[in-house]
Design a protein around this ligand. Structure first.
Ligand code: SAH
Ligand code: SF4
Length: 358
């Protein structure tokens, strides 16, 4: 079995300064990691050899390596990443907006990207529609393994540090079930001398651990939350997300109402639409009622089928009718483009495919 060394990406700059002296060297190391995306000590040219040798006995720089990558025609790139212990997980590079070039060839704005990160290998929640859940739970990711996903993808796409990027915690795993490491990663992303990705550019998606929603709120990190609601009554929600028994719809709605939200922002509610399960207008009507009084935005997601699932993808007509109902009743609502539909888009699907082939 491989030994796992801590990564320098596990720590904030201040924490590193407590461990490594002198402090200006930590500033240089931070610069190598987050401005130049250095993967190892060899790349850190201005750090003395003796110091690098000493540090490399205790730490690694970037704990991840790219195992596989699939690129979709819409610009989405799905990565399978390996950790020091050989375990793998996924991160996705999503193109949200194309670059706009005016008639004189000047760039009006550059293309915008979002990185979708994993927080665990597998997941304990066990949702019946989710491929990640099928493999059970292996382990939590460390803060450094979460941070390194963004560094690795920015490096691979030559995306400069000062270009804006959004992070969504929507890959494999339940972020609030690994709250300490996720919170640490959020702080490291926010560091001024690091990647400098503010809280408002980070969205934590949760299947609804209501007590942990409160905890995240108390940490006051300034992040957004997305709630994977998927159903409007507890019976169906428990079928889809078994832990709804302990954290029912009402407890989630109450926790959301307590969550500190930037006044200009909205709480995102993800609603995975499954044919003949929750795609009817009766459900849309209940959803409007449920979200009454919350500054909400609903994101409708097409269920993405995979081999062996009994659930079916809804028709576009039903999706549009559902969306229109919500909009006509005063809710903001988007239909999530099926990004990367040609490359096994939903979480867990690339890992399944690659490892199924080995
Ligand atoms: N555990 C967290 C974050 C990771 S799951 C959560 O559940 O919110 C990220 C998103 O992928 C969730 O909104 C989930 O509903 C969606 N997802 C899972 N399986 C899917 C599938 N087969 N088709 C489409 N979306 C899926
Ligand atoms: Fe876990 Fe989210 Fe998949 Fe549910 S949808 S099993 S919470 S990763």
């Amino acid at each position: 079995m491989n030994t796992m060394k801590p990564s320098l990406m596990d720590y904030t700059q201040k924490e590193l300064m407590e461990m490594i002296k002198p402090s200006f060297r930590v500033k240089q190391i931070f610069n190598w990691m987050y401005h130049h995306y250095a993967e190892n000590f060899d790349e850190m040219k201005n750090i003395p050899k003796s110091m690098k040798e000493e540090l490399s006995e205790k730490f690694v720089v970037n704990p991840l390596s790219i195992v596989n990558k699939e690129e979709s025609s819409d610009g989405t790139i799905k990565y399978l990443l390996a950790m020091q212990d050989g375990k793998t997980m996924e991160a996705v590079w999503l193109k949200m907006k194309d670059a706009e070039i005016d008639c004189e060839g000047e760039t009006v704005h550059e293309a915008r990207y979002t990185i979708c990160v994993s927080t665990q290998v597998g997941c304990k929640v066990g949702c019946s529609f989710c491929l990640t859940a099928k493999g059970g739970f292996t382990r939590d990711l460390t803060a450094g393994e979460i941070v390194a996903q963004v560094v690795t993808l920015k490096r691979d796409n030559e995306h400069k540090r000062n270009r804006k990027i959004n992070i969504v915690y929507m890959g494999m795993g339940e972020p609030l079930d690994n709250l300490n490491n996720v919170a640490q990663a959020i702080k490291i992303f926010k560091e001024d001398e690091g990647l400098c990705i503010g809280g408002k550019r980070q969205t934590v998606s949760t299947s609804g651990l209501s007590t942990k929603i409160d905890k995240l709120g108390e940490m006051d990190l300034g992040v957004h939350i997305a709630i994977s609601l998927h159903a409007v009554d507890d019976e169906l929600r428990t079928e889809l997300i078994p832990m709804n028994k302990a954290h029912n719809i009402n407890s989630i709605i109450e926790a959301v109402k307590r969550f500190p939200i930037d006044t200009r922002k909205r709480v995102m509610f993800e609603y995975l639409v499954i044919k003949d399960k929750n795609d009817d207008l009766g459900s849309a009507k209940k959803l409007v009622k449920l979200l009454h009084g919350i500054k909400a935005k609903v994101n409708l997601i097409f269920f993405n089928p995979y081999e062996g699932t009994e659930y079916k993808r809804p028709t576009r007509a039903d999706m549009v009718a559902f969306q229109e109902y919500l909009i006509n009743h005063g809710l903001l609502c988007t239909i999530r483009d099926s990004k990367g539909i040609d490359i096994s888009a939903a979480c867990g699907q690339l890992k399944e495919k690659v490892e199924g082939e080995i």
